[in-house]
Write a protein of this length. Structure first.
Ligand SMILES: Nc1ncnc2c1ncn2[C@@H]1O[C@H](COP(=O)(O)OP(=O)(O)OP(=O)(O)O)[C@@H](O)[C@H]1O
Ligand SMILES: [Mg+2]
Lengths: 300, 529
């Protein structure tokens, strides 16, 4: 049992990380009162930027920074257009997603003469963290260790996010702008200001999320995010818009995905059915959560 | 003595320090072209209470928003303690020591009292963190100093409207303001709460603060203010020392005519009345809270009868409104509407069955602020006004014209609901609901924020509804209103019914109701009728 469970859990952790990162940033925009559907595009531009600049600079660090810069630039563009030029945030988000998916194809063709998969031989492997004394802990030791830096960073970021949202004036105001922005206006504060910052944060975390995808693979696959940005949105709602809820929700997705990957290879069940498992699970989870919230908020 | 001339020399006592001087303020709302303030002058002396009065839509809120930096005037100047200033944001206003408590509470329900109060000016610990403990302590200090009935770490959603108002005042005191504007603070308060508020206001004056108070209630102007300023149609039309005028003069200045007091004598209950709505042994118990919000309530509402509910905020009136309208589900007991069990019915179903409802929380429940006035008005009647799923614009325009004329709603069909003045929003809701009643209509705080002429109009409407045979439930914190309209009166305290009066057969006094409302007396189990 442990033999199969171990790898599944391990790959679940890797699969959930991009979701968790994107959802963490998305939580900021969500709480500030903006539906940020551009998570997908922000991830994709981060993914592309990170690997391309790693390739040219030879440094993964510089590559990731550049990916973050690209993504945050796009985020500030979306924010400016929707907050100050008052365009509908849904439309701007949609436009951003389309823009990025086109732009990456064009650039990939221009730079590498290839619209398909571009693999980069000079990209180093992502280093994995091993701490002997933690690995010695039975069961969870192996689960906690042996992952790349993004995984650990996503956990740290989640803690930080929890602190910022619930323990700082900024977090309070951010939530206020989502709950009742006129209150901020009446106090002379600008909701748009907090929403702008929320967009920047989502750009930052989405870039990391995307960077993990490409750097882990050492290659750029067109549309590598494959809807993960949208699933991250679902994670936010499933996670009840709470940092640790995000963790649980991302975990569920990670497990479902990892399990279906495993089952495809080893069980004699139609592959289509197995591939549908994560989505069925999503549906069940969403229904479960909404029933739960309804119960909780009900009186009596 | 009266002064209709509001120029410089009109102020006799020049030795008084002018805390605020607004000169020649003109404001046109660009989006709608409304001239909301027309060359208005206003002076507030240090240490005085100035009442600003005027009918709905006169421009009072606009003028105060200009002083508080929320709106920019098109012309005119403002001086604070003699120094000319440009106030272009509430932050700037706060820095100048000006604070404002808004006509509609500006609070976040999911935050605690302390969080709401300190928002924007949060105490900091460890360089970056919000110091929740200190925030709560600072707020608790202010609460204690002014004997408010709220607790710093309480969620705002659990407060009554009167208590929410207290939070607003604490919010401004926390900002150390010296000039405080209160926009219709008494509109939704009960008599006791108003008295408590006035005590607070006087103590603020003793501390050397200066206040501007907007109110429609003439007796309050007399009771609390030093001076009164009256606006009509965007202009400042009169200004006087309160001592030198009486209530009739004030109302004449407001309306250009005398308005009688709002007392109706209840007419005898019509014969042949039918039971329309029955509430039997209903309790509402909130999870993880010991005290039931409603405790074993039973009563019936009959056709052609006005059933009034009185109670101090936080004693179950809000919950009562909730269960009657299907917004809140009951934990125990049953509800019957014309012999149909509606214990589990939602608002939509109840409305479909014929219930009309004027909610107390008008901005959240009553209208969609971002919808146009026309949309807000016809939301219920969209089927009637449309054919094969398309709105018939002409019909809609005509419907709007009829109702806005009948209810004297100032505004146009195409402007956004939030651009209406507070009183006009309420008229809009009343128009919509009264127009669609069938047999049951629930009023919660129907005259909140209305000027006296409009209030009188609403009373007449309620009266008419009764004569037409409507079963009317009236929930109001205004005892005078309850007394003058209701045939039967039920008093609530701590979620229980503590007294029932049959007003059409026995005289009930305000004092009597007051003692029950405060829980000083309990009537034992008496019969409904
Ligand atoms: N944001 C806005 N945009 C356009 N018009 C507005 C806006 N706010 C107010 N008005 C209009 O300006 C006029 C004055 O409104 P204001 O709110 O100052 O009245 P008020 O004296 O406070 O009335 P009430 O007693 O009903 O609160 C009204 O005709 C109103 O419709
Ligand atoms: Mg007003």
């Amino acid at each position: 049992m442990m033999q199969t469970l171990g790898p599944i859990l391990n790959s679940a952790v890797v699969i959930m990380t991009p979701l968790l990162l994107a959802a963490t940033g998305g939580l900021f925009t969500e709480l500030s009162g903006m539906l940020n559907i551009a998570l997908e595009g922000l991830m994709l531009i981060g993914a592309f930027g990170a690997i391309v600049f790693t390739h040219y600079s030879g440094s993964m660090f510089i590559g990731i920074l550049a990916g973050i810069l690209c993504s945050m630039l796009l985020a500030s563009l979306i924010a400016t257009v929707s907050l100050y030029l008052k365009a509908n945030v849904f439309i701007t988000g949609l436009a951003a997603n389309l823009l990025v998916s086109g732009l990456t194809v064009v650039l990939s063709f221009k730079l590498f003469g290839n619209k398909g998969v571009v693999s980069f031989v000079n990209i180093p492997q992502l280093p994995l963290l091993h701490l002997r004394w933690i690995e010695k802990i039975p069961v969870i030791g192996n689960l906690l260790m042996g992952h790349n830096g993004f995984v650990y960073f996503s956990w740290l970021l989640l803690l930080l996010c929890n602190f910022v949202l619930y323990r700082t004036p900024f977090g309070l105001r951010l939530q206020a702008s989502g709950l009742h922005d006129q209150v901020l206006v009446s106090l002379g504060l600008r909701p748009a200001h907090y929403r702008f910052i929320a967009f920047l944060v989502s750009g930052f975390t989405c870039a990391l999320s995307g960077a993990q995808l490409t750097l882990n693979l050492g290659a750029y696959v067109p549309n590598i995010t494959a809807g993960k940005g949208w699933i991250a949105l679902v994670v936010i709602f499933l996670g009840q818009k709470r940092p640790f809820g995000l963790l649980v929700a991302a975990c569920i997705f990670g497990l479902a995905d990892a399990f279906s990957n495993f089952a495809q290879g080893s069980w004699d069940i139609p592959a289509d059915f197995i591939l549908a498992i994560p989505y069925i699970l999503t549906l069940v989870a969403i229904i479960g959560v909404s029933i739960y919230t309804k119960r909780k908020s009900r009186i009596g | 003595m009266l002064m209709h001339d509001v120029s410089e020399k009109a102020y006799p006592n020049d030795r008084m320090i002018r805390a605020v001087q607004m000169d020649n303020i003109t404001k046109i709302y660009e989006e709608t072209g409304t001239l909301a303030n027309n060359q208005v002058n206003l002076v507030l002396h240090k240490g005085e209470i100035l009442c600003l009065a005027g009918e709905n839509g006169a421009g009072k809120t606009t003028l105060m928003k200009i002083l508080y930096g929320m709106e920019r005037p098109d012309t005119g100047s403002i001086a604070i303690y003699g120094r000319r200033v440009h106030i272009n944001s509430p932050l700037e206003a706060n820095r100048l020591g000006i604070g404002m408590v808004h006509q509609h509470v500006m609070l976040i329900d999911d935050f605690t009292v302390a969080q709401n109060v300190t928002l924007g000016k949060e105490p900091i610990i460890h360089a970056v963190a919000y110091d929740e403990k200190r925030a709560e302590q600072l707020v608790e200090d202010i609460i204690l100093r002014h004997h408010f009935s709220i607790i710093a770490n309480q969620l705002v959603s659990s407060l009554s409207i009167g208590q929410k108002q207290q939070v607003e005042i604490v919010k401004m005191l926390y900002r150390n303001v010296d000039i405080l504007i209160l926009d219709e603070p008494t509109a939704v308060l009960t008599e006791q709460e108003i008295r408590a508020l006035f005590v607070t206001l006087r103590s603020l004056i003793e501390q050397g603060k200066s206040l501007i108070l907007i109110t429609h209630k003439l007796n309050e102007i007399k009771a609390i203010s030093d001076r009164v300023a009256i606006m009509r149609q965007g202009r400042m039309i009169a200004e006087a020392k309160t001592d030198s005028v009486d209530e009739y003069e004030i109302s004449r200045m407001m309306m250009g005519k005398n308005v009688g007091s709002n007392i109706h004598k209840p007419s005898p209950v019509l014969s042949g009345r039918r039971e329309i709505f029955r509430v039997s042994n209903v309790s509402v118990i909130k999870r993880d809270s010991g005290n039931p919000l409603l405790n074993n309530i039973s009563f019936s509402s009959y056709s052609g009868e006005i059933l009034g509910f009185a109670g101090v905020g936080g004693n179950g009136l809000t919950e009562l409104e909730g269960i009657l309208t299907g917004m809140l589900s009951v934990s125990q007991g049953t509800l019957e509407y014309r012999d149909t069990d509606v214990t589990k019915a939602d608002t939509r179903k109840l409305r479909a069955m014929g219930m009309a409802y004027v909610p107390g929380d008008r901005l959240h429940t009553g209208v969609a602020l971002e919808a146009t006035v026309g949309e807000s008005l016809i939301i219920h009647a969209r089927h009637r006004l449309s054919r094969i799923g398309f709105m018939q614009r002409k019909k809609l325009a005509q419907y709007y014209r009829t109702l806005s004329h009948k209810y004297a709603i100032q505004g146009s069909m195409h402007m956004l609901t939030r651009m209406l003045s507070g009183g006009n929003i309420q008229k809009l809701i009343l128009a919509r609901e009264i127009d669609q009643w069938r047999d049951l209509i629930i009023f919660s705080e129907p005259t909140w924020g209305l000027d006296s002429a409009s209030s009188q109009f609403v009373y007449d409407q309620i009266w008419l509804l009764k004569e037409q045979g409507a079963a009317i439930v009236l929930i109001s914190s205004n005892i005078d209103e309850i007394l003058s309209l209701s045939d039967k009166i039920i008093v609530m305290h701590r979620g229980k019914i503590v007294a029932r009066f049959n007003h059409s057969t026995n005289e009930v006094t305000k004092e009597k109701i007051g003692t029950y409302m405060l829980g000083l007396a309990h009537q034992g189990a008496t019969d409904d009728d």
